[in-house]
Design a protein around this ligand. Structure first.
Ligand code: GSH
Length: 210
């Protein structure tokens, strides 16, 4: 038997990344001890990091011998491996499909909508703000209608779909998209933030444009 104070799980992430936040939030919800490594641009370009993820992206989870990049894949892994209740990644076919749908929305519409308007606003870049804004408006409008008649995105209780979609919606205002026109989305954000052990992603200290 080995005795070690080091947690078995390491998360390579960045504190202002919504992709990393969703993983850290879920680790905390499941009560899994872990250490976080802030993977800045220099570390992400290093040979050691590229051996973990040849795409050079965070988050990457290391759990013993397992090295797993990709935020949504990590959520699925953590749920399947550690969630004894089975509720966070439900098995009923309709609910499984709904969770997958929202994980796809997190990786598509939210990644190229509000995550991108936020990135362009805070850090700059050459891709089209107007295109990202159009995607943001479309997905938030859709989410507001969807959440007008239900409390959670994919099932009658929170699932990894809610965790995956949370941060970039909550931080849409950092990308110049106010959430005032989306009351059902705001109520959902409050419900997500009330999940025990979930800590919101910090606001950026980068000055916002007027
Ligand atoms: N599909 C990936 C996307 C992750 C992602 O875009 N990570 C960003 C930070 S939020 C990154 O590492 N960007 C650096 C790069 O793409 O070179 C996931 O869901 O984990």
């Amino acid at each position: 038997m080995s005795i070690s104070s080091e947690p078995a799980i390491t998360l390579y992430g960045m504190r202002l990344s919504g992709h990393a936040h969703r993983v850290e939030a879920f680790l905390n919800i499941l009560g899994l001890p872990h250490r976080c490594v802030e993977a800045d641009a220099e570390l992400r370009r290093s040979d050691a990091f590229l051996a973990l993820n040849p795409l050079g992206q965070i988050p990457v989870l290391v759990d013993g011998d397992l090295v797993l990049p990709d935020s949504n894949a990590i959520l699925v892994y953590l749920a399947e491996r550690y969630d004894g209740s089975g509720l966070w990644n439900p098995k009923a076919p309709e609910e499984t499909a709904q969770v997958q749908r929202w994980l796809s929305i997190a990786a598509g519409d939210l990644r190229f909508g509000p995550a991108r308007t936020r990135f362009l606003t805070l850090w700059g870049g050459t891709t089209s703000f107007a295109d990202a804004q159009a995607l943001t408006d479309r997905i938030l409008h859709f989410m507001d209608g969807h959440l007008a008649t239900r409390d959670w995105l994919a099932a009658g209780r929170p699932t990894i779909a809610d965790i995956a979609c949370y941060a970039y919606v909550a931080h849409a205002p950092e990308g110049r998209t106010p959430l005032d026109p989306y009351p059902a989305v705001r109520r959902w954000l409050e419900r997500v933030e009330a999940i025990p052990a979930l800590t919101p992603m910090p606001r950026s200290a980068i000055p916002q444009p007027a």
